[in-house]
Design a binder for this molecule. Sequence first.
Ligand code: FAD
Length: 335
Amino acid sequence: MITSDIIIIGAGPCGLFSVFEAGLLNMKCHLIDYLPQVGGQCSEIYPKKPIYDIPGFPEILAGDLIDNLMHQIAPFKPGFTLGERVEVIEKMENSSFCVTTNRGTKHMSKVVVIAGGLGCFEPRKPNIDKLSSFEDKGIDYIIKDPLKYKDKKVIISGGGDSALDWTIHLAKNICSAVTLVHRRSSFRGHLDSVEQINKMSQAGLIDLVTNAEVVELIGDKSIDSVRIKTENQIFQKEIDYWIPLFGLTPKLGPIANWGLNLDKNAIVVNPHDYSTNIDGIFAIGDINTYPGKLKLILSGFHEAALMSHSAFKYVFPDGKKSFKYTTVLGGIEGF
Ligand code: FAD
């Protein structure tokens, strides 16, 4: 059982900044995210795109903003559970919450903050026979731990950044063989990555098969080979894993089952402090709705500050809190 003052569901920019605001009030946070990395949409969808409306940064790459947030919250030593989806929130007799993930990990806290953005990102699955029978038996849609593929023969399908970056990474001293299969001859990914893929293919470090797709899955209990169709032939290839990386789409998922008031897939909150209809549960960032809501990172940052002050009263009903500027505190080293 992992215990903290505040459990934050969603480690996107708004969830991460909440750690800072809660930390200024001496509250300890634990973040849970279904994705294997922090950063939410910024890391998953557009890490290399510049953002122009973060106050004080005329231009900052989404990925760099997440790195900066991680740096900013590090002194407060938050806990992280990544690659797990929160399924159930239960209110206990002592009015604490018990939060359980799809892997059965249990977390306990006084306050729950839902910073779930657009919901959980679900993989776009290829349309191919026997797919579900091989899921987790040789087919993965997300790479959580690259070392799982150590010395294995892997096929990656896809033409975006994720497919290119993982092909490059896995081919470097991890897998025994990596094949990249893509339906077209051009890629959607970053130019640098495309150049690197072409160089690695020419050097024989990866097998690049373009204008092609995996059309059949073969195996008994787990996958052991696939058939690949190109423009002029169909051939069979032995593998340990097939990893189709066709992107992720967000779905509200379990959040819809937690008894919260919803309006068009968003959690209705009180704009005074972003509390929900359940005492002790708050919702901030893209997941919430109230009159005039703007789905922007800076709105979520503001919401994190107000939510933390209200959460403090919930965690420490008798606690005394005085508002101080960080400049007056002389930075966060004093914590
Ligand atoms: P998210 O970033 O969506 O993160 C939510 C996290 O919650 C996800 O990682 C998800 O996996 C997790 N989660 C959800 N449900 C569960 C569950 N049950 N269990 C565990 N984890 C869960 N905004 C700007 O302000 N400026 C811009 O220029 C800008 N440009 C954008 C460009 C693009 C292409 C896109 C797609 C968005 C852009 N945005 C921009 C919007 C901005 O990215 C979002 O407002 C911001 O990411 C919201 O942050 P968040 O922390 O609320 O949620």
